[in-house]
Design a protein around this ligand. Structure first.
Ligand code: ADP
Length: 274
């Protein structure tokens, strides 16, 4: 089943001169880990906002084409109803903390309490998510006193607990160091292993190559390349749209130019050393 379908979507912000999305058609299947890449301004965040229904409901502007989430046309769906199907985590974890909870435990319970979930069920689900995301150690800490990486894991745990099918995650590691980046990717991988559909905007190609099933490349609001990580990363056009290929792929390309035949280019470090 397709979780997300866009059919010929074109969108322009109210005061903008150019379209932010141009005739975008795509499909993201149930359980798929789909990464969206592209240069700054290519439309990645706009696409995320279309999928979670914020465009055109909050931003207005002209949206042409059709957006189906779980088979339903979002033009006919209330935002509140869509929020039960699409969870969202964005760049700055600090801004995602509710500001109401004194502890991580309360922070994670907050969304469920708002939905009127039974206290026993809340307790169980919070315990489960703390364990699964390996964040038990933060349980009684104030969310604001955690590091950026720890906060981002809590932000992800907070959407994991809501049990939406589709997780839209926009540059979650842009402010994080390598270790925190790995920790965040482990939580995203956990979401995927639990059957969630992941739509991830990222720049870190090593991780994209390692975790994604499907990559979509945007350029000036258009889908210019898509396919499996191997298809996209080894496509000679990829560097044109997104210059930072995985380091091992760049090294492989460099060797190839010097006449060293490596066979298939490696796209992850594991492949390069394997
Ligand atoms: P990316 O996430 O790939 O950096 P965006 O989706 O943020 O790209 O932006 C796509 C295009 O839409 C850019 O040209 C940007 O300037 C424009 N844009 C983004 N947000 C707004 C807005 N609120 N109002 C007008 N134009 C916007």
């Amino acid at each position: 089943m397709d979780r997300v379908v866009l059919n010929h979507v074109t969108y322009r912000y109210p005061i903008a001169e150019e379209n932010a999305l141009n005739d975008v058609s795509l499909r993201i299947k149930e359980g798929e880990f789909c990464s969206i890449i592209g240069a700054n301004g290519s439309g990645k965040t706009t696409l995320c906002n279309v999928i979670r229904g914020f465009i055109p409901k909050f931003y207005q502007g002209d949206l042409e084409g059709q957006v189906l989430i779980n088979g339903r046309d979002i033009a006919q769906v209330e935002l509140g109803s869509l929020a039960t199907e699409v969870g969202f985590v964005f760049q700055n974890p600090f801004t995602q903390i509710s500001g109401i909870a004194n502890t991580v435990y309360e922070e994670l319970a907050f969304g469920l309490e708002n939905m009127g979930v039974e206290p026993d069920v809340i307790r169980r689900r919070v315990e489960d998510v703390l364990r699964l995301t390996k964040t038990e150690a933060f349980r009684d800490r104030n969310p604001y006193q955690l590091s950026g990486g720890q906060q981002q894991r809590i932000a992800l745990a907070a959407i994991l607990i809501m049990e939406q099918d589709i997780m839209v995650i926009d540059e979650p590691t842009s402010q994080l160091d390598p270790q925190s980046t790995d920790d965040v990717f482990e939580v995203i991988k956990l979401m995927k292993d639990m059957g969630r559909t992941i739509v991830l905007v990222e720049h870190k190609m090593e991780q994209i190559a390692r975790y994604s099933d499907h990559i979509i490349v945007l350029d000036q609001g258009r889908v210019v390349l898509e396919g499996t990580p191997r298809e996209v990363i080894t496509n000679p056009d990829c560097a044109k749209y997104h210059t930072r290929l995985p380091q091992c792929t760049n090294i492989g390309l460099g060797l190839k130019k010097r006449g060293v035949d490596l066979g298939e280019l490696p796209i992850t470090t594991d492949e390069a050393v394997g």
